[in-house]
Design a protein around this ligand. Structure first.
Ligand SMILES: [Zn+2]
Length: 161
């Protein structure tokens, strides 16, 4: 279920699933690299309308990456149906894959989550999630890329025979 046109990454020199060196570009640079809808959320801390992301209800097995820089963020087995309208996860792939900041906008006390590599805005984290973490990472689907775990799936299917 890859909703992104691969060509979008041709103009993106920092996009990588393996390079974890920090990315620091200006908003003007990002504007030239990113599709408009990704830029609005990632760099202007926007929020997509609820129930608009195909990832919200997706059960496919694989890895979710930052759509801005390709940093691995979440595994599909930590995704759960939160009913909030945005893709929700209870745990990031690693400690460093996400960074946190207090967000007091709109009169609310929330914790913003950003990509640990490029500091793009991803969404927020709340403490009403399921075990084992009790956390709910509420993430804009627009800033996620998904890659299906083809190898893992093949092995699983072979094991069933
Ligand atoms: Zn990123």
């Amino acid at each position: 279920m890859d909703t992104k046109d691969p060509a979008q990454r041709e103009n993106n020199p920092v996009y990588s699933h393996t390079d974890n060196s920090e990315v620091n570009l200006t908003d003007d640079q990002w504007k030239k690299i990113l599709p408009r809808n990704v830029f609005d959320i990632a760099r202007n801390k926007g929020t997509e309308r609820p129930w608009t992301s195909p990832f919200e209800s997706s059960n496919e097995i694989g890895t979710y990456y930052c759509a801005v820089c390709g940093n691995p963020l979440f595994r599909s087995d930590t995704k759960f149906e939160s009913g909030c309208g945005w893709p929700s996860f209870y745990e990031p792939i690693s400690k460093g894959s996400i960074i946190y900041a207090a967000d007091h906008s709109y009169g609310m006390d929330r914790t913003e989550v950003m990509c640990g590599r490029c500091k793009s805005h991803l969404g927020h984290v709340f403490n009403d999630g399921p075990a084992p973490t009790g956390l709910r990472y509420c993430i804009n689907g627009v800033v996620l890329d998904f890659e299906k775990a083809q190898e893992a799936e093949k092995k699983y299917n072979e094991g069933k025979k």
